[in-house]
Design a protein around this ligand. Sequence first.
Ligand code: BMA
Length: 306
Amino acid sequence: MANETVFTRWAQNPIITAKAVPRANSIHNSAIVRFGDRYAGVFRVDGQDLCYRLHVGFSQDGVKWQIDPEPIQMQRADAELFMADHSYDPRITKLDDTYYVTWCNAGPRGPGIGLATTKDFKTFRQMEDPLPPANRNAVIFPRKIGGKYAMLHRPSDRGHTPFGDIYFATSPDLTHWGGHRFVLGPRGGWQSTKVGAGPVPYETDEGWLLLYHGVWTSCNGYLYYMGGALLEREKPWHVRYRTKDYLLAPSEPYERIGDVPNVVFPSSMIIEGDHLRLYYGCADTCISLAEAKLSEVLSFIKAHSF
Ligand code: BMA
């Protein structure tokens, strides 16, 4: 069972279900940020056609959400850019005064990475896809590293990828990405099949806090867990610590039962002082909240590292 001393689940979980949007099949694996004195989000809404689209939402308290029933319509720098009917797993990074949304933009040639900017969560401008298929779980760092934009990403395949390493990349302009460095890959137990970056990394004195998902393949299929790592601040491809034990495991009924059972999928965190609020997708069906003390998460990662 999950380590309850580090993360405490919100008593009213799940906080968002398919009921939030008409004709939704499920809402999960979504991105949430602070937006002025309230919260904004970009949500993965799987419709009753089982296509996945991105919708905007707002909240006063981060718990009760109003989600737009219509998907986001992007403004495009180039008319040939497209937003796939399978757009999923968004992350949002605030860098200076702009919010950068990355997501899995899965067109006919497989899942690639999409990128858009917004300042107000009303107008979204889609840029060139930073990475072609097959790739998933791209997340931009909240500051430049070595003078360049920086990103974690996870090369994959067109299917339900039975492998997966997290890579680091940089770009001078958000369009041309290179300098790819291996960060971390599968390793033993709950993270033995594949790993992928979760929420936007958070900079601490001890390094970038990375929460990530790790997958174990059982006789019944994939199970998704959450681990943590601390990456060097100026060279985030150097892993200082990485948890051998998971930080969160599917154990509650809403994490164990759903369209894809046994999934906790960390996708956003909001840290204020020593308080960490984690948003995670549950069983590809709904969204839940868990809280922790940042200091305890850092201590856990250091104490339970490989
Ligand atoms: C994500 C997505 C989902 C998948 C999930 C587990 O990366 O690919 O479609 O089912 O992992 O929540």
